[in-house]
Ligand binder design. Structure first.
Ligand SMILES: Cc1ncc(COP(=O)(O)O)c(C=O)c1O
Length: 378
């Protein structure tokens, strides 16, 4: 594990337990990213009007094979927020219709839905998933209580941000499919973290970040759009589309791929990210999960608060745990300023949580540093 840390650009003097926020890019992947940037700058016109399109297609092919869908169903975006914005703003729902989500969704996404819902008279419902969570049945029952005859769309995280839980969403999607409810999966934390097979999941839309657990350069994410929706999903930003240089093949792709001049190098690096992941990260994920479980039990004994799940299949390489009421309000600053530990503290439903991430560059020493710091602070 230790040797892999040298493959990352992270400052060796800090304890980095926050891969979940923005990921971290390994040196060979970062070099490939810069290689594309240099190719672009050598002859920008030639590259953008000609060479880039095949390279983008190769990226789509590599990613579609990795996530289990067709190449023509993949659109690249800089981040999940912009990917989902294009779905939200294409939806044509009626006044009084409902979009159902859990109360564990990512704050910026909730905000985006709420602003759009208010403007369009659509109710955005956040269904409470009570904690601690124990069984898949409890989860399904709690969520499904929010479904009414007005529910037209379900928006759900497969791995949640504030609570770092892996939600068993397949049964929700199956049930939604039988009732004609559209499903949009927020899989920002999924690629490179847990198994992914979008066609098997049978959702309508899926967004994932490449720069988080697949360790791509910042600004690489994607949106899967099931083929039946290609005729009505339209870009928020219109550019040349079919009148431009993009050979397509579909108008759907042409509409989305060129959104004005931008640096596509992060998209072109996706194949390299996947290869790095398969060679170096995937073989060590069991070890990472094991370390994460150590944090899971360490938090319980050091913080003295109850875990929010039974562990097991609910957690992957992240764990979120409630802070005790006596924790200093500036604990994040103390951890960073005094111990050089980067770890997020998130406020969720009126309580503060500490959320750790384990990636292949972490080791047992990082956990000890964190736990010792918490013992001293508390
Ligand atoms: C669950 C979830 N969804 C969406 C996002 C949005 O990511 P971005 O701000 O990069 O668009 C995040 C970011 O961490 C996330 O954790």
């Amino acid at each position: 594990m230790n040797n892999l840390k040298k493959q990352f650009l992270l400052d060796p003097d800090i304890t980095f337990l926050n891969h979940g926020s923005y990921g971290s890019c390994p040196i060979p992947v970062f070099e490939e990213y810069q290689r594309w940037q240099r190719i672009l700058e050598k002859q920008p016109v030639q590259f953008i009007t000609d060479g880039m399109w095949d390279a983008l297609k190769n990226s789509r092919i590599a990613l579609s094979e990795f996530v289990g869908c067709d190449e023509g169903e993949i659109l690249f975006f800089q981040n999940p927020t912009s990917a989902i914005a294009n779905v939200i703003h294409s939806l044509r729902l009626n006044i009084g219709d409902e979009v159902l989500m859990t109360d564990h969704e990512y704050g910026a996404m909730i905000r985006a839905w709420n602003i759009w819902g208010k403007k369009n008279g659509v109710d955005i419902i956040q269904q409470k998933i009570p904690l601690p969570i124990h069984s898949e049945d409890d989860f399904l029952d709690a969520f499904w209580k929010g479904v009414t005859e007005r529910t037209k769309v379900i928006f759900i995280s497969q791995i949640t941000s504030p609570t770092a839980l892996i939600f068993p969403i397949k049964r929700i999607i199956d049930r939604a499919n039988t009732q004609g409810i559209m499903t949009i999966v927020d899989g920002a934390h999924v690629p490179g973290h847990i198994d992914i097979d979008i066609h098997k999941l049978e959702c309508d839309f899926f967004t994932g970040a490449i720069h988080k657990w697949l360790c791509g350069p910042k600004g690489s994410s994607f949106l899967y759009v099931k083929e039946v929706h290609h005729d009505w999903i339209k870009p928020v930003i219109y550019s040349w589309g079919k009148d431009g240089d993009d050979p397509g093949p579909s108008e759907f792709l042409q509409d989305f791929q060129w959104q004005g001049t931008r640096d596509m190098s992060s998209f072109l690096t996706i194949k390299r990210s996947i290869d790095f992941y398969l060679d170096h990260i995937h073989p060590l994920q069991k070890v990472c999960r094991q370390l994460n479980l150590e944090i899971f039990s360490g938090f319980e004994s050091v913080l003295g608060t109850r875990p929010i799940s039974d562990g097991g299949d609910w957690v992957g390489q992240m764990v979120s745990h409630p802070l005790p009421s006596n924790a200093p309000r500036n604990i994040k600053d103390i951890l960073w300023n005094e111990y050089k530990i980067e770890i997020p503290i998130v406020e969720w439903q009126g309580n503060n949580y500490i959320r750790s991430s384990i990636q292949v560059y972490n080791n047992k020493k990082d956990i000890d540093v964190l736990m010792n710091a918490l013992v001293s602070i508390l």
